[in-house]
Ligand binder design. Structure first.
Ligand code: NAD
Length: 482
């Protein structure tokens, strides 16, 4: 298959980088090289910031409707390439084709939402205690934003950061995850074709070193990051000493709570989808399941049967439900956790690992389920593994279930399965996470409502919906007398 030349988009031009060589492979079939070329160097990052700074003044003065029109055109371009870019996404990231095409379409809708949002309310007018005076609250862009994105949603997470950043008048220096530069190039290319002025968006591809150069750059005004908690917190700590705002959407260890009165057909299907789609590599994926003891045996029997039926294989193949994890390191990390769990927990479903010659050497892990040891539930209970693995615990009551949901350093998403309104309301009140699903999978986020977690799952203002403007604008309060 074609090997795509890896480029960077700096000051309105596609350029070769001056950094270390990068090779982007297909995780379903690692001999298939998707893209290669030099990553960005520190000098490239400097040029990107210089371009973003120069472009800022003209861009912030461009009427909001004209900025929005560019996003709307880019949305149409993405929509027109939904199938082709979805196929590239499946090849580059390993998400199944159906999910990859859906993600690409979702990115177009995110651009459309923010293009309209900017023309809704952007400030406020207040009465003043002084005669002849009004008080205005206005919003201004924050300046040059550094954006650092993860591998697992290669086009929709960039869309939900860059659309509000750009439409509210900021300019951007963006680094996509090392393993998904092609979708980043497609996204930046759509905005270029849509008429984005030079320097407004700059894409620098590369490893963590490129992200470090963005964070350390003297000219960065704010940093938005999605990725793991440790990396996010270390970036936040560096920026805090310089007084630079940070927004971080971080890791998760999300629970599904199956109560005694749950509709088990719904619970089984939604837990399976929430845990195993995208090979468990969603920040909102279910990795802990807490089940009421009254229904535990039946639930586990049905969940095991559903899990064993899941088709694992090449992300681009018809009918596949679980593709590979992102790379060899991820595969080895998840396989090691499964090997450990075989000795410390009870196996519910855990097929033998794929040998190196099976499935074209792709980084596949079959969905696995363990019932954890109550005295020492271990890392399957506490650590974000980011793979298709569930740890199960039984509880005697709803209250005990809620306590176990809250027994986590993370607080991103939870799914509760019940047919009782009273229990649903109780759980909504007593669980401290950012996103609660009642009778649907823990994974999933809509674009028009706020999204984000609590505790170790996030830092700073939420993303998406109307919340998105909170990070990408700052308010000014104006006392206006004639
Ligand atoms: P990661 O933390 O390894 O990398 C994220 C990005 O940061 C990448 O672009 C990476 O190259 C860059 N990076 C790594 N080290 C850096 C450093 N020291 N300085 C600057 N940049 C650096 O995460 P990942 O493996 O790409 O993604 C998976 C993680 O992302 C999981 O923890 C997942 O839960 C989280 N995630 C969270 C959300 C959310 O909205 N809460 C959404 C998606 C993914």
């Amino acid at each position: 298959m074609t090997v795509i030349a890896l480029h960077h988009f700096i000051d309105g031009t596609w350029v070769e980088g001056g950094g270390e060589p990068l090779v982007d492979v297909n995780p379903s079939s690692p001999r298939d090289v998707v893209a290669e070329g030099p990553g960005a160097s520190r000098a490239d990052v400097d040029r990107a910031f210089a371009a973003a700074r120069t472009a800022f003044d003209g861009w912030r003065r461009t009427p909001a409707r004209a900025r929005a029109a560019i996003l709307l055109r880019a949305a149409d371009i993405i929509e027109a390439h939904r199938e082709a870019w979805g196929r590239e996404l499946a090849r580059e990231e390993g998400k199944t084709l159906v999910e990859a095409i859906a993600e690409t379409g979702h990115a177009a809708n995110i651009l459309r939402f923010h293009a309209q949002e900017v023309e809704r309310q952007s400030g406020g007018v207040f009465e003043s205690p002084s005669p002849g005076e009004r008080i205005l609250v206005i919003r201004r862009p924050v300046g040059v934003v550094g954006a650092i994105t993860p591998f697992n949603f290669p086009i929709s997470i960039p869309a939900w950061k860059l659309a509000p950043a750009l439409v509210w008048g900021n300019t951007v220096v963006w680094k996509a995850a090392t393993s998904v530069p092609v979708l980043a190039m497609r996204f930046a290319g759509a905005l270029e074709q849509a008429g984005l002025p030079r320097g407004v968006l700059n894409l620098v591809n590369g490893t963590a070193a490129v992200g470090e150069a963005i964070v350390a750059h003297a000219d960065v005004d704010a940093v938005t990051f999605t990725g793991s908690t440790n990396v996010g917190r270390s970036i936040a700590a560096q920026l805090a000493t310089r007084g630079i705002p940070f927004q971080g959407e971080l890791g998760g260890k999300n629970a599904s709570l199956v109560l005694a009165d749950a509709d088990l057909d719904v619970a089984v299907e939604q837990v399976a989808i929430g845990a195993f789609r995208a090979a468990g590599q969603k920040c909102t994926a279910t990795s802990r399941v807490i089940v009421h003891e009254a229904v535990a045996d039946e639930f586990l029997r049905r969940l095991a049967a559903r899990t064993e039926r899941m088709v694992v294989g090449d992300a681009q193949a018809e009918g596949v439900e679980v593709g590979p994890v992102i790379d060899r390191a991820a595969r080895d990390r998840v396989a090691a956790a499964i090997a450990l769990a075989r000795t410390t927990a009870t196996v519910v479903v855990a097929p033998e690992p794929y040998g190196p010659d099976e499935l074209d050497g792709g980084y596949f892990i079959a969905p696995s389920i363990f019932e954890l040891n109550e005295d020492d539930p271990g890392e399957l209970w506490t650590e974000e593994l980011f793979g298709p693995v569930i740890g199960i615990r039984r509880v005697p009551s709803t209250d005990a279930g809620v306590a176990l949901v809250n027994d986590s350093a993370y607080g991103l998403s939870v799914a509760v399965f019940t047919t009782g309104l009273a229990d649903a309301l109780k759980v909504i009140e007593d669980i401290s996470v950012g996103v609660v699903h009642v009778n649907s999978a823990s994974a999933g986020a809509d674009l028009h409502v706020p999204f984000g977690g609590s505790r170790a799952s996030a830092l700073g203002p939420k993303e998406q919906g109307a919340a998105a403007r909170e990070f990408f604008t700052e308010t000014g309060t104006v006392y206006l007398r004639g």
